[in-house]
Design a protein around this ligand. Structure first.
Ligand SMILES: NC(=O)c1ccc[n+]([C@@H]2O[C@H](COP(=O)([O-])OP(=O)(O)OC[C@H]3O[C@@H](n4cnc5c(N)ncnc54)[C@H](OP(=O)(O)O)[C@@H]3O)[C@@H](O)[C@H]2O)c1
Length: 242
């Protein structure tokens, strides 16, 4: 057991998850870097340990009940507490497809990771988070998860039409609100963040922000104090419209 504050980031082996893990470790957390693939996860852990950061690998496939349960058992057995959960893992399968041409298989696979994943992980780690009395949960949302922005003709997001990805992130916002209401009496704050358009494999590295820049809002919301908000949606400029 340790007194150090514990954080878990899912999908931490690359992109935003790797940058968020680095930022949280630099902020003083002991970070569990969640990855579904051991080889990729351990390589990412080695890279951050090389910078003297307190990180360790946790095998967790957010789409798999058994994997998530095992991951929670590992954290409970080794440190017994979780102060920050960043539900970051995500996929997009409909970049090349129109909404009417998208297979139901891809819709379900997207929801399994982007929507059911955060629900599954949050439920499974809920007891450890509530027990700390001041935990923070960050859901990795998206600008295309804002119904206001995707229907605003003046917004860049209105040009994007991704049925599965966008609707998974819209629904994730409602999930944030639900958990925020339930966990408020336990001092747990739950917020969605929007990282901006970030250069990662998710978008073929087409974004204009670096992962380190995109990670900043998630790190900030993972570290908010007792006066900070809960049940909200935030980007680099503050509150985002739903
Ligand atoms: N990049 C952007 O501009 C942008 C904008 C808005 C929101 N986001 C969101 O930010 C989050 C991170 O995306 P990114 O841009 O960093 O993408 P990325 O570089 O493709 O990273 C995605 C991460 O999620 C992991 N992952 C996928 N399925 C998983 C599963 N079933 N279980 C556990 N991990 C899984 C991937 O692991 P593998 O390496 O094993 O595939 C990878 O570590 C996502 O939720 C995404 O929707 C990104």
């Amino acid at each position: 057991m340790t007194d150090k504050r514990q954080a878990l980031v899912t999908g931490a082996n690359k992109g935003l998850g790797l940058a968020i893990s680095k930022g949280l470790a630099q902020a003083g957390f002991s970070v569990w870097m969640g990855a579904r693939d051991r080889t990729r996860g351990e390589a990412a852990v080695r890279a951050l340990r090389y910078e003297d950061l307190d990180v360790r690998f946790l095998q967790i496939d957010v789409a798999d009940d058994v994997s998530v349960r095992r991951a929670a058992e590992t954290v409970r057995a080794e440190v017994g507490a979780l102060h920050v959960l960043v539900n970051n893992a995500g996929i997009v399968l409909d970049l090349q497809t129109s909404p009417s041409g998208l297979s139901m298989e891809d819709v379900k696979a997207t929801y399994e990771v982007n929507l059911f994943g955060p629900i599954r992980v949050t439920q499974t780690f809920a007891a450890m988070l509530k027990a700390t009395g001041d935990a923070r949960i960050v859901m990795m949302g998206s600008g295309v998860g804002s119904l206001t922005l995707i229907t605003d003709p003046t917004s860049l997001f209105s040009t994007v039409n991704l049925l599965a990805y966008s609707s998974s992130k819209v629904a994730l916002n409602a999930v944030t609100v639900s958990f925020a209401k339930e966990f408020e009496p336990f001092g747990v704050k739950v917020n969605t963040v929007e990282p901006g358009h970030v250069r990662t494999d998710l978008n073929g590295n087409s974004g204009f922000l670096t992962p380190e820049e995109g990670a900043l809002t998630a790190i900030k919301m993972a570290c908010i104090g007792v006066d900070g908000p809960t049940g909200g949606f935030f980007g680099s400029h503050g509150r985002q419209p739903w």
